[in-house]
Every structure is written in structure tokens, then in C-alpha cells.
Design a protein around this ligand. Sequence first.
Ligand SMILES: Nc1ncnc2c1ncn2[C@@H]1O[C@H](COP(=O)(O)OP(=O)(O)O)[C@@H](O)[C@H]1O
Ligand SMILES: [Mg+2]
Length: 209
Amino acid sequence: MTAGFIVTGTDTGIGKTAFSAMLTQALNGSYFKPIQAGLEEETDKEAVSRLTGLPGSKILPETYRLNTPASPHVSAEIDGIEIDVERLVLPEIEGPLIVEGAGGLLVPVTRETLYIDVFASWSLPVILCARTALGAINHALLSLEALKSRGMTIHGIVFIGDSVPDTERTICEMGNVRRLGRLPRLAALNSASLAETFSQNFRSSDFFG
Ligand SMILES: Nc1ncnc2c1ncn2[C@@H]1O[C@H](COP(=O)(O)OP(=O)(O)O)[C@@H](O)[C@H]1O
Ligand SMILES: [Mg+2]
């Protein structure tokens, strides 16, 4: 059985890819982004490749590559592609698999299916990435509610950004979720800085066993 984590977040552009790169590298795992919407800028898969020292074999190909940077359902329609939810399956691999979704949990994959429902069909625990900036409490607690209402396994929460202790505490207490660590804003985002941040701010044991 494939083991690993689903990395999701409260929003787009918050650092899910940066965290996924850090975690994939730290666990010597494989990275998988099932749907990439937007191909003109660096893709998430390319970013993970650049940000880690991992060989190409550990960065898996996407199932759907869509041209327009938009919600997958719209991006697919623009490309004239129909996303077949049945094709959104996890690759069978050895070692931990880090799967990154798109945007937040209630992003539509098609006009009938939300990304969270695709996640729920996979038996992997979820890591929620949340910002620490103003607005984070509301977004994080809403995301946790959505996960809980579907009975999904929440592995823990990762904060991204400056330290705001009360925000982190409030989310963990009121959302009843484990804090895995915080990825601060790094002046240089690269393999070495991500490795150092993981060893200083996270516990490997939280991700194994
Ligand atoms: N911890 C960080 N320190 C510095 N820059 C970051 C950090 N996390 C993310 N970024 C930058 O912020 C932008 C969005 O991050 P990304 O990981 O792509 O977000 P998401 O996957 O949630 O859309 C990227 O340009 C990325 O390089
Ligand atoms: Mg991303």
C-alpha cells in the first residue's frame, strides 16, 4: 500500500509547494501533483525539483497538465479536456509519497467533484498548511471542519510565515489539531535552507511510524 501524506492548504500561494519540497526531501520520498493548472510559469513539480536534491525519478509526472492558471475545472474546460475523476489515483510506489493538491480543499476538480472528495477517496493522512498572517484562524478552522465532516484523518497542521504564537495556539486548541512545525519566511529558498529548517523546526518522528 502506498504510504505518505496529502499536503493541502487554506489557500493558493501560501507555501504548500515549498513545504512539500521540504518534506519530500526530508523523508527521501516521492512528490506527486495530480493536477497542474498553469504551465507558463514554473510548475510545482519543477519547483520541487529545483528546491530539493531529489533525482527526477522521485518527482512523478502529473495526471493532468492544464494550460491556464485557474481552478482545475475551468482550466480543463478552456483546454477542452474532461477530467476523469476515476483517473485520479495514487501511484503505487516504494517509500513515502507526498501528494500536493491545488489551492484549498473546496476547489472544484470538475463541476461535480471537489478536490477534498478526491482526497477522501485516497487513504492518506492530510497535512494542512496554514498561514500565520491575519485571517489565518478563520481559514484554518474552516478547513479543519471540512476535513472532519468527511471523517478524514488529519495528521497535523504546518504553519507558514512569521511566528504569531497566539494564532498558532488558537488554531491548534480550537481546531484540536497537532502542530507539526512552522516553515518561516526564508531569505533563500533552496535545498540546504529547507533541510536546515526541517531539522530545526520539525521532528522526523512525527512523520514516521
Ligand atoms: N517559507 C518561504 N520562504 C520564502 N518564500 C516562500 C516560502 N514559502 C513559499 N514561498 C514563496 O511563495 C510563493 C508561493 O509559494 P508556493 O509554495 O508555490 O505556494 P502554494 O503551493 O501554496 O501555491 C513562491 O514564490 C515561493 O517561492
Ligand atoms: Mg503549489
